[in-house]
Design a protein around this ligand. Sequence first.
Ligand code: SAM
Ligand code: FES
Length: 348
Amino acid sequence: MKRLIDKLYDSNNLSSDELLLLLNNMDEESKKYLHMKANETRLHIYNDKVYMRGLIEFTNYCKNNCRYCGIRRDNKNASRYRLSKEEILDCCKEGYRLGYRTYVLQGGEDAYYTDDKIVDIVSSIKASFEDVAVTLSIGEKSYESYKKYFDAGADRYLLRHETNSRELYDSLHPDMSYDNRIKCLHDLKDIGYQIGAGFMIGLPNQTNEDFVRDLTFLKKLQPHMVGIGPFIPQSDTPLADEKAGTVEKTCILLSFIRLLLPEVLLPATTALGSINNKGREQGLKAGANVVMPNLSPTSVRDKYALYDGKICTGDEAAQCRNCIENRIKMAGYEVDMSRGDHISLQNK
Ligand code: SAM
Ligand code: FES
């Protein structure tokens, strides 16, 4: 296995068969070696910096019905909320005061926010705060809509592909199209966004073969960012009784992604921190280099309940900022509050 890890480290590539062989044979020693090589790669490209993004979860209304997701349309127990433009700008203002220079606006697919509203929100943020990056994560839209947001100043777009196995995708996403999701990612890239794809780990019936498809898909797509995290059951969804993904498997896949895409921006996600108190720190040591603390108002935090046991739902933005900074330092890394663009776009 060490020989295969060296090959992955040296060439940033492996065949599907080799990836599968590695994934199927990860003993303790191989895991340690894999994480070490991934960390080395990240230090070489991004030093010990961890980029901070302020996350604003601005609506939990959603027209979709993803079977794993706590804010799915059919969850009648979800207490729905929307933030106004003014409330979103207030979150950015507090974020700016705390040093954040990237805001991630995330929400369900909520038709209340028309293209005009999104354009207004994005352009107001860009006009109010100098030198900040705006990331959108609001699901599948038309090429024209994506273009409008981009022209208004949006810099980046996160749209996890969720899984690159069509059958698994279809079983989890009623009334949605795998082909359209992939088309959206290509549209976003064509328009000029820094794009983020990604997937969940530990979904019911997910296999190592599925992960190999995710990894080869990402290698081909060459996204600027990859968001991966464990699936965690939410009690009001059809997958309530399923098992959650593990820190161990998530960290293995983080390392694979760091080695396949050395320059990628790779978050240690809130979901990873939610299944284990030291999950995000372990993610950083496995090759992750981004964290996304929450800037949403505390009054709505617990309503964006994608999964059970989500951390940081009671903390003010300033508390989250301090908590994560201490954790990053204790893990041996440095906080970086700059825009944190992909390395190919820095100093341009
Ligand atoms: N609506 C947007 C979209 O579809 O991209 C963004 C919001 S969506 C809630 C953000 C991400 O949350 C999804 O891409 C999914 O991977 C993740 N997610 C949803 N439910 C989850 C769960 N039960 N466990 C872990 N992650 C989950
Ligand atoms: Fe739409 Fe989860 S079902 S965000």
